[in-house]
Ligand binder design. Structure first.
Ligand SMILES: NC(=O)c1ccc[n+]([C@@H]2O[C@H](COP(=O)([O-])OP(=O)(O)OC[C@H]3O[C@@H](n4cnc5c(N)ncnc54)[C@H](OP(=O)(O)O)[C@@H]3O)[C@@H](O)[C@H]2O)c1
Length: 343
């Protein structure tokens, strides 16, 4: 542990597993919480550390045992996992065995050719650096962050396999791969005795690609789970942007969610979805999360949050009755693929 011993001041909620839901990841033996927590936004130097710490601790108290990181998350790159490492050292270290920690490599984090892509050099160098950032000996899941057509798949496979054989990762995953390449890497990994655990694609009411491109069927066939990111379309599938853009919201200061996507078309569709949610006695955010988790291939919904209130509110999504066929049809009518995504 590079973060050094610290006097612990946090006691985890003893009731944290009572209402938590876990789901099996594909055909592996690993269960993940229905909601996993990602540190992509507002976990760098741009948000107060004590707020980040409070959110991470609160997530764990809610039974969220899986925290998703990447070498890239910040700003600046690496800062999110360094901050997570500080919280781990201060608060969560006694619970390391209860945590599923992931990191990713491959999306560019600098001008060097070894700070991007899918080479052995990039993957294994990044993993070592991430272990130091997090202050841990191993991560539970190590991902290739995005496909790299310029590198032979065998080389990417050899990097992922080495991560597991060296004990620095327990499982491997991929993210943002299209179905054909996901199937190909799943086969190569299986031949090495290191099965592909999980795939991390984007999926929400406003992003239907995995329903259309065959990834759900590929996951079934190859036996990997799906952990879907941005299930709230970064906040577009909540009630926060139905009128104005509130101060402090992601659309105010993130390059990944620009205010110009919040237009009349978006508002009209989001308002109809909001009405549907209200008719079910829930919020749009809760409807959107329940909707992605209705699919058996989806192991976990990978959410972000900028407050403990959002976490409490969002994990309550599973307290509502399943969506009926009529309600699903209404979601399809108003949840038009590409809304707010600039697709
Ligand atoms: N593999 C990849 O390429 C990739 C790409 C992107 C993300 N990810 C992973 O997925 C994780 C989640 O992505 P995401 O943050 O885009 O997910 P998201 O759950 O779609 O969006 C989360 C954001 O929505 C807002 N929000 C959440 N609950 C709300 C509520 N009840 N009411 C109003 N606003 C609410 C918050 O933003 P504000 O309060 O700040 O507005 C929050 O940070 C990331 O942290 C990362 O781990 C992976």
């Amino acid at each position: 542990m590079s973060h050094g011993p610290t006097e612990l001041t946090y006691t985890a909620d003893p009731a944290r597993y009572e209402n938590a839901t876990f789901r099996r990841t594909g055909r592996s033996g690993l269960d993940l919480p229905a909601f996993s927590f990602g540190l992509w936004q507002k976990f760098g130097t741009d948000y107060p550390f004590e707020t980040q710490r409070e959110i991470i601790r609160h997530a764990f108290d809610l039974g969220i045992t899986h925290f998703d990181n990447a070498d890239r998350y910040g700003p600046p790159h690496r800062a999110a996992q360094q901050n997570f490492g500080r919280v781990l050292a201060k608060d969560l270290a006694p619970h390391r065995d209860e945590l599923i920690l992931s990191t990713k490599a491959g999306n560019p984090i600098g001008p060097s050719p070894y700070l991007k892509g899918g080479s052995r050099k990039s993957l294994l160098g990044s993993l070592d650096h991430s272990l130091r950032d997090l202050g841990v000996d191993y991560v539970d899941i190590f991902y290739h962050h995005s496909p790299d057509e310029s590198t032979p798949l065998e080389e990417t496979v050899s990097g992922l396999v080495s991560a597991v054989r060296s004990g620095k990762a327990l499982y491997v995953g991929i993210s943002n791969y299209l179905p054909d390449r996901a199937h190909a890497i799943a086969e190569e990994l299986a031949a090495e005795g290191v099965p592909l655990l999980i795939h991390q694609p984007r999926y929400s009411i406003f992003d239907r690609r995995i329903e259309q491109n065959g990834l759900l069927e590929t996951a079934d066939r190859d036996g990997f789970g799906l952990i879907v990111y941005s299930p709230l379309a970064q906040g577009l599938l909540t009630d926060k942007y139905l009128e104005e853009i509130p101060d402090g919201a992601r659309a105010v200061n993130s390059t990944f969610l620009r205010p110009d996507v919040i237009d009349d078309t978006y508002r009209q569709r989001a308002r109809e979805l909001n009405k549907l949610a209200e008719s079910r006695g829930q919020s749009l955010a809760q409807l959107a999360l329940q909707w992605v988790l209705r699919r058996p291939q989806v192991t976990s919904a990978l959410i972000g949050a900028s407050s403990t209130w959002q976490l409490d509110h969002n994990v309550a999504a599973l307290d509502f009755p399943e969506l009926t066929d009529d309600e699903l049809a209404l979601v399809d009518e108003h949840g038009v693929h590409g809304t707010g995504l600039g697709l």
